[in-house]
Write a protein that binds this ligand. Sequence first.
Ligand SMILES: Cc1cc2nc3c(=O)[nH]c(=O)nc-3n(C[C@H](O)[C@H](O)[C@H](O)COP(=O)(O)O)c2cc1C
Length: 143
Amino acid sequence: MSHDLISVLYRSVAKLKEHTHAETELLLNARTKNQLLGITGFLHREEDLFFQVLEGPRETIDAVIERIALDTRHEKLEFLDRRSILTRAFEAWSMGYSNSGDGSLFDWSSQNGIPLNGRDHEGVLSFLQLRSMALNTGSSTAT
Ligand SMILES: Cc1cc2nc3c(=O)[nH]c(=O)nc-3n(C[C@H](O)[C@H](O)[C@H](O)COP(=O)(O)O)c2cc1C
């Protein structure tokens, strides 16, 4: 079994309503599973869109992504980035979470002139990292 670390980023359209028990349950289950599997990452909800980055051993990530892709609680899943990594960017989070009330991806992108549709979607990854750091420090603004 390979211990190569990879990171995968995707976007999907949520079918779950925001701020609901069902959404909280999804997140808590994901955190429990990820902790057992050695997966870290971050989920951001921007209105009806989910942006999720997952990082961990290649085979583990591929298996979980396969299940996530079949999950009917979201649709129109589109992979934005996949890369090998040497170190984790979301080490502190079995699955961090933010929504546009905490900080809007689209506002951040337009205010800072950072495109979200680049080849590797570096802008989205940077935003998710900023959100995770804001959670770490208890700050609610991503600038
Ligand atoms: C937006 C979204 C994000 C998810 N993130 C994770 C995750 O990070 N880890 C995970 O194990 N399951 C995640 N899930 C849930 C999986 O799709 C699946 O329900 C879960 O892994 C349980 O699968 P199982 O019942 O086949 O074991 C996510 C689902 C959705 C809709």
